[in-house]
Design a protein around this ligand. Structure first.
Ligand SMILES: O=C(O)CCC(=O)C(=O)O
Length: 309
């Protein structure tokens, strides 16, 4: 008999997926009923529409481009701390994250992320941000609502972008609280793009078809990468490496998209992330992560790749 031998799996599936693709999609969603219950409370807290925003005159009186994201003491999720077990203690999530980060992993950051719908972003704001690669709307949001991060799309980026001088020892865990279709600003993820390690934003990407890209690191490194669009139901969860390129287009639906975004960091022990990082061809740490912003935090680059996808 010529039975084909199946090679034993070397790593946990999450570690294998990170080595291969730079991301792992959980097969099972987190509890959809718990996701819906949390979503209802988040939605009850404010209107996710034009009322989020400053008027043009208010904004122009004192433009603030930095310090406009959630931070300790101004983070909506802090109010719902006792309702996050459906994510933080979900057995599949704990298992997958532990395989990558070790049992002593820590939460570096967690927040609510909202893709604001096209119908809710005032025209004067849309005109000002047109073509910007990063449309984090925090600058235009009323100060009392800056406990959530609001996007009108964000170009392909690595989450290392916010962590100058820190090695890629963390991952992003992203949870949809309601069904997300192609119209609801789903995450776009570039499979295998983590292999070039940390590279400076904005990234060098050339479309090779309507769903694949050539990605260059400017040092001779090249990766051909396929784009994955993460549509999914309530509770759909995915995680990706800090060097995996991902982003969103503006929300084209007539309602907002609301998700949870966690950054989880490796504990003190050797863990799957060390195996993943050993396979990268580029740096694990950057001293400069982006060149798109001027000194005051305003966009100085007007170029956007993901909106052409
Ligand atoms: O939720 C979004 O629209 C974008 C999220 C994202 O890419 C990020 O926060 O890094």
């Amino acid at each position: 008999m010529n039975a084909q031998k199946i090679a034993p799996r070397q790593h946990h599936a999450a570690v294998e997926d990170f080595i291969e693709s730079g991301a792992h999609l959980f097969e099972k969603p987190v509890d959809p009923a718990a996701a819906a219950a949390l979503l209802a409370q988040i939605r009850a807290d404010r209107h996710f529409d034009h009322r989020l925003f400053l008027s043009e005159a208010e904004f122009d009186a004192d433009p603030q481009y930095v310090g406009v994201n959630p931070r300790p003491g101004r983070n909506l999720l802090e109010r719902f701390e006792d309702q996050l077990a459906f994510v933080e203690q979900d057995a599949n999530i704990v298992d997958g994250v532990t395989a990558l980060l070790g049992p002593g992993y820590t939460i570096l950051n967690k927040k609510v992320v909202c893709g604001v719908s096209q119908t809710s972003v005032p025209a004067w704001i849309r005109a000002r941000i047109l073509g910007n690669p990063v449309n984090n709307l925090g600058a235009y949001v009323r100060p009392e609502y800056r406990d959530v991060t609001y996007f009108y799309g964000i170009d392909f980026h690595q989450d290392l972008i916010d962590y100058k001088e820190r090695p890629a020892d963390f991952l992003t865990l992203y949870v949809y609280l309601h069904p997300v279709s192609r119209q609801d600003a789903p995450l776009f993820l570039l499979k295998g793009s983590h292999r070039l390690g940390g590279t400076v934003f904005p990234h060098d990407l050339t479309a090779t078809s309507d769903a694949s890209w050539t990605y260059r690191d400017g040092q001779g490194g090249v990766v051909e990468t396929d784009q994955l669009i993460l549509t999914g139901g309530a509770g759909f969860t995915a995680m990706w490496h800090a060097c995996t390129l991902h982003g969103t287009q503006p929300d084209a639906a007539d309602h907002e998209r609301i998700s949870l975004r966690y950054l989880l960091a490796q504990g003190p022990d050797h863990a799957g992330m060390d195996e993943v990082n050993a396979t990268l061809q580029g740096p694990l740490l950057l001293t400069q992560t982006r060149t798109d912003l001027a000194a005051d935090g305003q966009a100085q680059v007007k170029r956007n790749t993901i909106n052409q996808a």
